[in-house]
Design a protein. Structure first.
Length: 143
């Protein structure tokens, strides 16, 4: 093997090692940041006290609000199992009964204590101004 071939081999191995190390770093960071949600039936098998993400439908007639402390109680269902949720804070605009929701929080065995609510909508979502029939006014500067 000539001197130039040895240098090329060393550079190639260094570049390959750097690419593999960088890829490993990126994939481990992505893996740690991903958090999948479980449905209410799966939640019953999870250990208590662990931070989880729960997804399902807000059961109709289940939302109870208290205005003095911004406490909200509601139930989430997957149409097999129903889980009671307690949340303190302001809910998203799309949060309503019969809609999909994903909540972050902890399961204590009887009640899911939520720290964040993410309201879901389907692919047919329309802004409220359009669904009420109100025309959307665009302001263009055409002269």
């Amino acid at each position: 093997m000539t001197q130039n071939q040895k240098k090329r081999l060393i550079w190639l191995s260094l570049v390959a090692t750097a690419i593999m190390g960088g890829s490993l770093f990126i994939f481990s960071a992505l893996n740690q940041s991903m958090m999948y949600f479980v449905n209410p039936t799966e939640l019953l098998t999870k250990p208590t006290g662990k931070t989880l993400r729960l997804g399902g439908m807000v059961e109709k007639g289940s939302i109870q609000r208290t205005t003095q402390d911004m406490k909200i109680k509601f139930t989430v269902t997957d149409f097999t199992t129903t889980i009671p949720i307690v949340y303190h804070g302001i809910t998203p605009n799309l949060f309503q009964e019969g809609q999909g929701v994903v909540v972050d929080g902890t399961w204590d065995g009887t009640v899911f204590v939520a720290t964040k609510i993410l309201a879901k909508h389907d692919e047919n979502y329309m802004p409220p101004t359009i669904t009420r029939g109100t025309p959307v006014i665009s302001q263009s500067k055409d002269k």
